[in-house]
Write a protein that binds this ligand. Structure first.
Ligand code: KG4
Ligand code: ZN
Length: 367
């Protein structure tokens, strides 16, 4: 690169940003329009390779990358159709640069770079995790600053103080707590696997739990003992819960007792929702943050949504959760971060920006 600094670009109200997502097993492409009230969803399309991973009980990276390669162009075309837009309408291309699976990220990045170059529009490498939170702004408008976000996905479980989804300022996104072992979605997927329910585990456990008794089995709530109050006040742990479910199932089977899968699902789900909502409400109250956002794939969970609604109302907090279709991975959420960044003013990502599988949550932008 030459020494000349690139100029800052600010996109006006009305400009359309395309978003490309390929960090895990969903290929997503979305279009959002910048408005004074935040990004507005114009249309999006998705392709999933989840079925191809089901028999392995988790995502197989090689299968995911190949599926992205096959799905990307058709998904771009379907997204254009859904949005009623043409390439000439696009003012910037945002793409997930991380975190995620390296090979999968590379497919989306290569496509986004090619489109940005062909259409002569700026490229914006963005963080997938900021995307989950930004998905909510497509539905409920701009977030107050600061807001408290509970990000619960297959790979992450974090409490975040979010001041700027555009990544403006040194404390745009600050991590207050995280899981010290498994993510909440990972726990769902592992428990589903040990119950023989396939992948992904969240939706099937959510469904089966509806017919079970959440009080049937008293599963542990991770990091809620007295000494965790100081060391891990806003942190989470789900590996002990997963082990407790495994032990319960083994002990019942050893005793020749048939387990009630709905009861196990409901009791497991109750433990997850209880600890997630208790710690979130406590953090918001202690830090004086009035608005809570729950985002990521696990935010699609029925019990989590219900318990969060109940507990936030009791604590006088405003709760925002995107509609279920925008909780799991999609391209619109990536376009939404791109729109926040583009409306605030940005220096385009360099075309050499690479995949960063471990991109930290504090960085809204990459490259
Ligand atoms: O955000 P996401 O689509 O991908 C990642 O960035 O990881 O989250 C996927 C995770 C999976 O672990 C899946 O089992 C979980 O979200 N999930 C759910 C539900 N729907 C998806 N967990 C609980 N209840 C659901 N309804
Ligand atoms: Zn995700």
């Amino acid at each position: 690169m030459g020494a000349a600094a690139q100029a800052t670009i600010t996109l006006p109200v009305g400009a359309v940003v395309m978003g490309v997502e390929s960090s895990c097993d969903e290929t997503g492409v979305g279009f959002v329009r910048i408005t004074d009230d935040g990004p507005e969803l114009v249309g999006h399309a998705l392709a999933s390779s989840a079925d191809e991973h089901a028999r392995f009980g988790g995502v197989v990276p090689e299968i995911a990358s190949r599926a992205h390669l096959q799905a990307l162009l058709p998904t771009v075309h379907r997204a254009f159709e859904a949005a009623g837009l043409a390439p000439a309408d696009v003012s910037a291309v945002a793409v997930t640069a991380g975190p995620g699976l390296a090979g999968s990220l590379m497919v989306g990045l290569a496509a986004a770079k090619a489109y940005a170059s062909a259409w002569a529009v700026p490229l914006i490498g963005v963080n997938h995790l900021a995307g989950h939170v930004a998905a909510d702004t497509l539905e409920h408008g701009l977030l107050p600053s600061p807001a408290l976000a509970l990000l619960v996905s297959g790979g992450h479980t974090q409490l975040l103080k979010v001041s700027s989804l555009a990544g403006v300022g040194p404390e745009a996104i600050v991590e207050l707590g995280t899981t010290i072992d498994d993510a909440a979605g990972e726990a769902y997927d592992k428990v589903a696997r040990l119950l023989g329910l396939g992948y992904p585990g969240g939706p099937v456990i959510d469904r089966l739990a509806a017919d079970g008794d959440p009080l049937a089995i008293d599963f542990p709530r991770g990091l809620t003992r007295a000494r965790d109050e100081t060391d891990h006040r806003y942190d989470f742990s789900f590996s002990g819960l997963k082990t407790a479910v495994a032990r319960y199932v083994e002990s019942q089977q050893a005793a020749g007792v048939e387990i009630s899968v709905p009861d196990v699902c409901a009791s497991f789900q109750e433990a997850v929702a209880d600890v997630l909502t208790a710690k979130t409400v406590r953090a918001a109250t202690e830090l004086g943050i009035e608005t809570v956002v729950i985002a990521g794939g696990v935010a699609a969970n029925g019990r989590l949504r219900a318990l969060a609604t109940e507990r936030c109302a009791a604590a006088g907090l405003t709760l925002r959760i995107p509609r279920i279709g925008l909780c799991t991975d999609n391209g619109a959420m990536i376009a939404a971060v791109g729109a926040h960044v583009a409306a605030a003013g940005f220096v385009p990502s360099d075309p050499s920006v690479g995949a960063d599988p471990g991109l930290p949550v504090e960085l809204v932008r990459a490259g």
